[in-house]
Design a protein around this ligand. Structure first.
Ligand SMILES: [Fe+2]
Ligand SMILES: [Fe+2]
Length: 172
């Protein structure tokens, strides 16, 4: 079963899946399941959420939804726990928020053929934290969807956890 958080749709049955299956099934993308992301989910699930909702948003506006879906899966392609990033190693070192898009785009180009739009979306997904302006409307879309997904994952899943904890306490 493959679902985006907040959606009951089985993604493997949708046209969406055929557009991204080569990325989705890649061992290094599957490896993102090992990393916690936004406290309550995994980096794989977060990437899937950004990919699917970015796809829907861009398809709605008749923008490049295929690139939106593919870049969404790759936008956080880094292989370490976020809180393991050590900012104190050298003076002037970038924050993790500013640094990880560079890591992700390098990891993505090492493994997949990216078009300029996909590359821009990955590199600029943290705008305005990173200062370089997005070049495409789809890149603005991913900056929005990434933040939306983070809020749903952190507060939505966090609230669910808290409610089920309270329910468990009440049944004891
Ligand atoms: Fe990110
Ligand atoms: Fe992200």
């Amino acid at each position: 079963m493959l679902h985006a958080t907040g959606s009951k749709k089985e993604l493997t049955r949708l046209a969406y899946y055929a557009l991204v299956s080569d990325i989705l099934e890649h061992a290094d993308v599957q490896a993102l399941k090992q990393f916690r992301h936004h406290r309550y989910t995994t980096r794989f699930q977060h990437s899937l959420n950004v990919s699917y909702y970015n796809y829907l948003l861009c398809r709605f506006f008749h923008w490049d939804a295929v690139s939106a879906a593919r870049a969404g899966l790759l936008h956080d392609l880094y292989f370490y726990e976020t809180n393991a990033y050590d900012r104190t190693e050298s003076p002037g070192q970038k924050s993790h928020s500013a640094h990880h898009p560079e890591v992700a785009v390098q990891n993505a180009v090492d493994r997949f053929a990216l078009n300029p739009l996909e590359r821009d979306m990955i590199e600029k997904h943290m705008w305005p934290v990173t200062h370089r302006m997005p070049q495409y409307k789809e890149s603005y879309a991913i900056t929005f969807v990434d933040k939306y997904a983070a809020i749903v994952e952190f507060f939505g899943l966090g609230a669910q956890r808290m409610l089920s904890h309270i329910r468990r306490k009440q049944t004891v």
